[in-house]
Design a protein around this ligand. Structure first.
Ligand SMILES: Nc1ncnc2c1ncn2[C@@H]1O[C@H](COP(=O)(O)OP(=O)(O)OP(=O)(O)O)[C@@H](O)[C@H]1O
Ligand SMILES: [Mg+2]
Length: 233
């Protein structure tokens, strides 16, 4: 099966700083890939490079068989990639529903609309007129995921969706991922919770200081391999 997303020799630069070094990653259609690594390893830079939000990139970014590395962010979203950004970045003074609709204005038309997002996250349905800033962290994260889903992506990039949330809420959010997948959405999950990342994904890639230090099926990598590739010990 050919890859939905394929990075070949990806480099990311912030001015003179070389953040991501020659990264090769592929994610097949229908697959969940977890991308793990310590603080500063280059996970967010890799996701932002895929969606076109870093200042300078070299290497190939192939999506659905085409090199998209020269395309603008809106063009990439239109072709079927959506990012749930680090820190959620909602509009605090808009309601849940208004935030979701903003996602619907971009991206593609498809099977996911407000009704489907509310079905995936019933907690949002009950509060649709509430301002985003009055929501709990978990509810805000659901809105951020819902907004990205409204773009009807083929590939959903999630940057640390569990950050700052309680274990109970993290479990709730992870429980719905299979239902998102049922809509035909492939996912790359950036995660610092290694156990969570492994159990939710088919494949795992670990980054260490801007490079891929381990890649393989999530069910086959050992704790020792992860520890070594995560901390470089
Ligand atoms: N806008 C930026 N300007 C300059 N350097 C940056 C910028 N964003 C990230 N970096 C640097 O690039 C490297 C990788 O950062 P990145 O945010 O991709 O890591 P990360 O794996 O997502 O880390 P975290 O787990 O802390 O979110 C770090 O050394 C970071 O300081
Ligand atoms: Mg990050």
């Amino acid at each position: 099966m050919s890859a939905l997303l394929e990075l070949r020799g990806l480099n990311v630069f912030y001015g003179a700083f070389h953040s991501v070094h020659g990264v090769d990653i592929s994610c097949r259609e229908g697959e969940v890939l977890s991308l793990i690594g310590a603080n500063g390893a280059g996970k967010s830079s890799t996701l932002r490079a895929i969606i076109g939000q870093v200042p300078r990139v070299t290497g190939e970014i192939r999506f659905a068989g085409e090199d998209i590395s020269r395309r603008t962010t809106p063009e990439r979203i239109s072709s079927g990639i959506a990012l749930v950004p680090e820190g959620r970045q909602l509009f605090p003074n808009l309601t849940i529903e208004e935030n979701l609709k903003i996602g619907g204005y971009t991206g593609q038309k498809g099977s996911i609309g407000l009704a489907e997002v509310y079905e995936i996250f019933p907690a949002l349905s009950e509060r649709r007129k509430q301002l985003a800033r009055l929501l709990s962290g978990g509810q805000q994260q659901m809105v951020a995921i819902g907004r990205a889903l409204m773009m009807n992506p083929r590939l959903l990039l999630c940057d640390e969706i569990s950050l700052g949330l309680s274990p109970k809420i993290i479990a709730e959010i992870y429980e719905v991922l299979p239902r998102i997948r049922d809509h035909g959405v492939s996912m790359i999950l950036v995660e610092q919770d290694i156990a969570r990342a492994l159990s939710a994904s088919d494949h795992v890639a670990c980054m260490l200081e801007g490079r891929i230090s381990l890649a393989g099926p999530s069910s086959e990598v050992s704790r020792e391999q992860i520890a070594a590739s995560y901390f470089g010990e």
